[in-house]
Design a protein around this ligand. Structure first.
Ligand code: TC6
Length: 682
């Protein structure tokens, strides 16, 4: 028996335990253990039924994603599944943690499924640009029916055990902490009742009613057009589920395989699989000793109850950590607390929280006036006005108030953290925690490591990110840190390009088709041109529009005109303003450009800035830049982010494109292009 699997037999019940940390993925070792274990039990006459259970934190969490795209080794997964399903002894899958993807598909080839209440099951492959290619698209519809299968597999969300029970995805709940005993008892009952083998593949009752109804799938795709835009996997998933209704099981499996292979070799899936690991890499800091202990954070203080401070506060309340929220005036404090309450009540009104949970979270806030209230918290996060003088003043005062060892964090989005830290006598305790707005929703957290930030404080920040369900990327101090800095050239390029011929709608459409939710001009109109142009003394295009009273969507239109339903249309007035501005700047109109050229013009400079951020050591690795852009700026995940995308375009092409735009490429980019290297592959 391989080390990954252990077998034992207790009173006629064979127990196969899989132990392959961290998540018992279906690697070659796990497949071998399953293959050997089931063959052994099949040959053992004393075994009447089998329990499949896992050690560690979870049941099998899926195929081993790191094996995808490599030459297959060891027993084939589908053959192993066939041994389990077509065997003559009933098999009970005993589930704790998460049975996801290939892990839940493994449970589906067992004849029974029992899970503890805290377990979750599901088919999340869509998030990797894949479909459940080990029978999931054929078996799950046979349990839950076509409409539910469409939602479950294209949505991919793990289903909590109780709901899974009501949907039939599992057959029974075990008592928490007693999974093994309950699964053995369940298997005994099955044997006592005749040892029936329930094979999901043989079920027809849930799919038959939908046979011959192709409109279900067309309607479903239409209804979800927005969510599925740009992705490949949802379309193949829908086709595979249609096959479950229309084809005999084995043909359905063959169709699933075909559709899976198509996804596996797609750039979209490669990008999404890369992104899965990229999100997890962010928390790894090579020069931070692994054994660095995090400091305890049992209470938090937030300075500023505005939009940012309020959003930051909610993250901690959601994690059950009490927050002292501090403002300068009672009115600002009341307003801030009121907004937080309203946000929770809105969530409750949508049924995603109970009234009791709203009160529990609100009870964790202590609203107080003045910084002195922060004398006893473990972590202070400052979210005051973005101006160096004000920040230094706050940190100087905090230094005299906060208890020794407290972490002093700034939410600055572009100021020099080291200068802020210099206002204190304890720069080792100062760190940047840069949240993105709305801070209670956006998953990105840029952790800014100052020149003097201690290892313990950095380790604590990384731990906090996990506690409040954020994805961290670590940045060194530099203007705009990572996301804001690398994305800024996109805006500059758009402002320059619109003077040369392409219209705002040409540019927005090119970026929308690339995969962004909206283009830069639609975005400016949404945010407000007066807000974007604020603070600049120079004549700007935005400023010229504002002078005409065009503030964007909120007033008289901006780059677009808007009807009463806020639907945009091209604006002749804006077109004239652009033409006048171009003339004043002496920019020649060279006419329209292709979408490809527009995308290159706006996004190659982002790649170039990314290369500089790497070169300067501001970001640790290219994948952190991709994570920051995907989570901070909604860069389409199926391109992998700017750096992964640049690798797919080809770095020599990017270098050449930048030079043609009159931009000198970063040295790192030039060197990699010349050496045939890449940012993200190996
Ligand atoms: C599939 O099954 C397709 C089937 C078709 C058949 C052909 N493979 O997330 P964590 C690693 S597709 C390899 O930090 P958590 C992860 O990289 C798969 N590695 O922990 C990390 O490594 P590190 C369908 C994996 O407790 C470590 O395990 N399944 C895999 O916050 C811990 O992970 C999924 O999509 C894997 N499948 O969450 C599920 N999974 O420590 C994907 C994890 O070196 N996994 N690792 O950085 C998850 O959603 C979560 O990992 C979790 C645990 C909920 C299982």
């Amino acid at each position: 028996m391989s080390q990954v699997g252990t077998t034992e037999v207790i009173d006629g019940i064979g127990i196969l335990t899989i132990d392959y940390p961290p998540v018992n993925a279906l690697s070659v070792h796990t497949r071998k253990a399953l293959d050997e274990g089931f063959r052994q039990f099949a040959a053992d006459d004393s075994v009447k039924a089998i329990v499949l259970i896992c050690a560690g934190r979870t049941f099998v969490a899926g195929a081993d994603i790191s094996e995808f795209g490599k030459a297959p080794e060891g027993p084939n997964l589908l053959e192993v599944f066939d041994i389990i399903e077509s065997g003559s002894k009933p098999v009970v899958a005993a589930i704790h943690g998460t049975a996801l993807g290939g892990g839940y598909e493994l449970a589906l080839v067992c004849h029974y499924r029992i899970a503890v209440p805290s377990a979750k099951v599901g088919l999340p492959e869509v998030a990797l640009g894949l479909l459940p290619g080990a029978g999931g698209t054929q078996r799950l519809p046979r349990i839950v029916g076509i409409p539910a299968a469409l939602d479950l597999i294209t949505g991919g969300a793990p289903v909590p055990a109780k709901k899974a029970l009501s949907l039939g995805m599992i057959d029974a709940l075990a008592e928490e902490g007693k999974l093994r005993d309950d699964a053995i008892a369940f298997a005994r009952t099955v044997v006592a009742e005749g040892g029936q083998l329930l094979r999901v593949r043989d079920r027809q009752d849930k799919v038959e009613p939908y046979r011959g109804q192709s409109e279900i799938y067309a309607d479903y795709l239409k209804k979800n057009a927005r969510a599925f835009r740009g992705f490949k996997a949802p379309f193949n998933i829908v086709k595979a589920i249609e096959a479950a209704a229309e084809l005999p099981f084995d043909q359905g499996i063959a169709r699933e395989r075909e559709l899976f292979q198509e996804l596996l070799t797609s750039t979209e899936s490669a990008a999404q699989r890369y992104y899965f690991f990229a999100e997890r890499e962010g928390a790894k800091v090579p020069d931070l000793p692994k054994d660095t202990a995090a400091l305890p954070v049992k209470s938090v203080g937030v300075i500023g109850a505005g939009t940012m401070g309020g959003g930051i506060t909610m993250n901690f309340l959601n994690a059950g950590i009490p927050v002292t929220l501090v403002e300068m005036s009672q009115a600002a404090l009341d307003r801030g607390v009121g907004v937080i309450r309203k946000n929770y009540e809105n969530t409750a009104a949508k049924g995603r929280m109970t009234a009791e949970q709203v009160e529990q979270r609100m009870a964790l806030i202590t609203p107080l006036l003045g910084l002195e209230a922060l004398n006893n918290v473990d972590l202070v996060i400052e979210a005051v006005f973005e101006e160096m003088g004000i920040k230094k003043d706050v940190f100087g005062k905090l230094d005299g108030i906060a208890k020794p060892g407290a972490i002093l964090a700034s939410n600055t989005s572009f100021l020099d953290l080291d200068e802020i830290a210099s206002a204190t006598s304890r720069p080792a305790s100062v760190i940047g925690l840069h949240f993105f707005s709305p801070a209670n929703v956006m998953r990105l957290l840029e952790i800014v490591r100052g020149a003097k930030t201690s290892d313990a404080v950095l380790a604590t920040a990384l731990k906090i990110a996990k506690t409040i369900a954020k994805v961290p990327v670590v940045s060194r101090v530099g203007p705009g840190f990572i996301a804001n800095r690398v994305m800024a050239p996109r805006s500059y390029a758009a402002s320059a390009l619109v003077l040369e011929g392409p219209t705002p709608q040409d540019i927005d459409k090119a970026l929308f088709d690339y995969g962004f939710a909206m283009g830069p001009f639609a975005m400016s109109d949404l945010v407000g041109l007066d807000v974007i142009g604020r603070g600049s003394n120079e004549r700007t295009l935005n400023g010229d529009l504002v002078k005409l009273g065009r503030l964007g969507q909120k007033q008289n239109g901006g780059f677009y005109d808007y009807d009463e339903k806020r639907q945009p249309s091209p604006s002749p007035v804006a077109a004239q303003v652009i033409a006048d501005f171009a003339k004043a700047k002496g920019v020649e109109n060279k006419g329209p450009q292709s979408a490809e050229a527009i995308v290159a013009r706006l996004l190659y400079p982002v790649v170039n800035e990314g290369a500089k951020v790497l070169e300067e050591g501001v970001a640790i690795r290219a994948s952190d830049i991709d994570v920051a852009c995907i989570l901070g700026y909604n860069w389409p995940v199926y391109t992998g982010g700017p750096m992964f995308w640049a690798d797919t375009v080809g770095l020599p092409k990017v270098v050449e494109g930048l030079r043609a735009m009159g931009i000198e490429p970063a040295k790192l980019l030039v060197d990699k292009a010349a050496a045939g290297g890449s940012f993200t592959r190996g």
